[in-house]
Design a protein around this ligand. Structure first.
Ligand code: FES
Length: 644
């Protein structure tokens, strides 16, 4: 970031968060925001082409090129693209509503998760964490019993814990003699259980520290990172946290992150961004639970394959090049500190294994948590995000795939699409008497855009009422003044300028509908391809488990109406919230489950869709609302429009 370390540094003040940071002259404003933990939308990862990172320079000197993403009028009043701006004096910067990623909405998610009853469907495990703390009172050495301190320690562990094949981390030796002699030969050993009934002493502490024994679990998503602090004595979640993944300022999706990683120093920067996110969250978890960092004993992370590789600093380039091979699927146990995570030296990080380039440990953890690998019931497991990850199977067979649903469900590719943040339209109804829309927004704030679940609700209601047709066109014969023609074709006005935060009408366009159809068609064709490969029909599916935050907010009926979900009886659908955290939590609680992840990952067969002709024909058939074959959607009734 530095141009010259001899020049005085500049103070940058971000509003409205009131965050301050010092930088060297010439620092890039977007990178400064990342370093300060200020979240700015950056869909294109700083390429300068998306125009989502606009900020207002209220005072100070910057250098920036004006692109066509900023009007001359806005430029004159101080609007700049953060990614294209360099800092040359102390600065006051405001992040306008449209560019802000608000943490408050993420916090709301944490509250909702905390209130949820944990759903653990996997069976056959007992509470037996893979890391234990054991209090030992060693007999003092005598002339008759003068074995070494280490042998004395291992002998006690063997006797007390009935453990064999015990190894030790070399670091514990440094303090061993002193701890024993200054604490009356009493200490607490932290023991990591490993495969093949062996174990390793990873830490020793003076006296009895068994009370403080915690684990951290994280789901590293492309957009947000969610974490929990677990009490390993009581098997309880004691605090939750969530924040945007700081990598978001290097691009919204995994493709732009991969592209960023190829720049000089890019991989290192992305790795630092995610570890900085984790470190902030760890600090928050520890503070809110009022515990010491020394009492963290273990850590589990589940993530998609790109996030996993970036976390451990592996070049993700080949994940997006045919034949789409990850560098590693089963990451060996790592010391968390070795990759920049602020924990004590002894904390080992278990990363849930992945299946393929686009089917990661987050899905494996979800399968583990829901016990699909143990059940006879044919289950469809769906995690909808930028990539729709799908699994169909049971204890006999599991097929998985990842289909590029595009960013639609996260607000991308939609004229007024936004992520599920304050002011996002999520509820939508049509008043049957005057056909006027009735909208509800997140936090009941003034409307700012449309989030993914809102988009589904809007499309379903417009379809049912005949305002749009089954081929995703706006029915211009419909008796409403809300339909108008624009340069992008016809559009429907959801919310008038005066009712919005963005000083313009919020609309849904035919292009938006087209993008939605492509996304939902990709998902539906994905289910069908997997079902056919297993030799079943979609109607044979006995359970549909929907994971993820977005999944939690989906209205099942509306999702079926537009053809995003298969038309099955509603009692077959289940929401599990964050499947990735569910599985990671259970792995932290039970040695029995620790290696289920590997078994599941090895058992799953990945079907690559990019060159699958059957998928392509199912995809084409699904490019209709809900589908070209209405026999597949018997419960959906819609009014026919002029253009269908
Ligand atoms: S234009 Fe700045 S992130 Fe896209």
């Amino acid at each position: 970031m530095a141009i010259s370390s001899e020049l005085p540094r500049h103070n940058v003040h971000f509003e409205p968060d009131n965050i301050k940071i010092q930088v060297d002259p010439g620092a890039n404003l977007m990178e400064t925001a990342v370093a300060a933990g200020v979240h700015i939308n950056a869909s294109c990862g700083g390429a300068g082409v998306c125009g989502t990172c606009n900020i207002l320079v209220k005072s100070g000197r910057v250098e920036s090129i004006r692109t066509d993403k900023i009007s001359q009028k806005d430029y004159n009043r101080g609007i700049r693209q953060a990614c294209q701006t360099r800092i040359f004096s102390d600065l006051n910067v405001e992040i306008p509503v449209g560019s802000r990623l608000e943490k408050a909405v993420l916090s709301r998610e944490v509250e909702e998760v905390s209130a949820q009853k944990p759903v653990a469907l996997v069976s056959g495990w007992s509470f037996n964490p893979p890391v234990k703390k054991v209090f030992l009172e060693l007999p003092k050495p005598t002339m008759e019993d003068n074995v070494s301190d280490l042998s004395r320690l291992l002998r006690s562990i063997k006797q007390q814990c009935k453990l064999e094949n015990i190894s030790v981390n070399a670091e514990i030796l440094t303090g061993l003699a002193r701890i024993l002699r200054t604490n009356n030969w009493q200490l607490t050993a932290t023991i990591l259980l490993e495969a093949n009934s062996s174990c390793r002493v990873i830490n020793i502490e003076p006296g009895d520290t068994r009370k403080g024994h915690y684990s951290l679990v994280f789901d590293i998503g492309t957009t947000a990172v969610r974490g929990q602090l677990l009490d390993l004595n009581r098997g309880k979640v004691i605090s939750h946290c969530i924040d945007y993944n700081r990598q978001i300022s290097y691009g919204e999706d995994v493709i732009s992150r991969i592209a960023w990683s190829q720049k000089t120093g890019g991989l290192k920067r992305l790795q630092k961004a995610v570890t900085a996110t984790l470190n902030d969250l760890i600090k928050g978890l520890i503070n809110s639970a009022d515990i010491e960092v020394q009492s963290i004993s273990h850590m589990v992370v589940a993530a998609n394959t790109v996030m996993t590789q970036l976390l451990i600093g592996l070049d993700p380039k080949y994940l997006r090049l045919s034949p789409y091979v990850p560098t590693i699927s089963n990451v060996p146990l790592l010391k968390a500190k070795s990759i920049g995570i602020n924990t004590e030296e002894h904390v080992h990080l278990y990363i849930v294994p992945s299946v393929a380039s686009y089917v990661g440990g987050d899905i494996v953890a979800g399968i583990l948590g829901t016990g699909i690998h143990q059940s006879d019931k044919i289950t469809l497991y769906i995690d909808i995000g930028t990539n729709g990850e799908i699994v169909i199977g049971n204890s006999d067979v599991m097929l998985t795939t990842s289909c590029s649903a595009g960013p639609t469900f996260e607000g991308g590719g939609i004229k007024h699409g936004i992520i599920a943040t304050s002011g996002a339209i999520e509820g939508f109804e049509i008043n049957p008497s005057d056909f006027e829309p009735v909208i509800t927004t997140i936090d009941s704030a003034k409307a700012k855009g449309i989030c993914g679940s809102g988009l589904i609700n809007i499309a379903a209601r417009l379809l049912e009422s005949g305002i749009i047709t089954q081929n995703g066109k706006i029915n211009t014969d419909f008796p409403t003044k809300r339909i108008r023609e624009s340069e992008d074709g016809y559009e429907y006005i959801l919310c008038k300028k005066i009712e919005t935060q963005i000083d313009k009408d919020i609309v849904i366009t035919e292009i938006d509908l087209d993008n939605l159809m492509r996304s939902k068609a990709a998902m539906y064709a994905g289910y069908k391809t997997l079902a056919k490969n297993i030799g079943i029909n979609l109607t044979d599916i006995e359970r549909v488990i929907i994971a993820g935050t977005f999944g939690n907010n989906i209205d099942i009926k509306n999702a079926i109406t537009i053809g995003l979900l298969p038309d099955l009886p509603r009692d077959r659908f289940f929401f599990i919230g964050n499947g990735s955290l569910l599985g990671s939590r259970l792995i932290s609680f039970s040695t029995d489950l620790l290696y289920h992840g590997e078994t599941i990952a090895n058992k799953m067969t990945n079907i690559e869709l990019s060159e699958n002709t059957e998928f392509m024909s199912d995809y084409m058939a699904a490019l209709f609302l809900p589908h070209t074959n209405m026999d597949e959607f018997p419960s959906v009734t819609i009014k026919k429009g002029k253009k269908s």
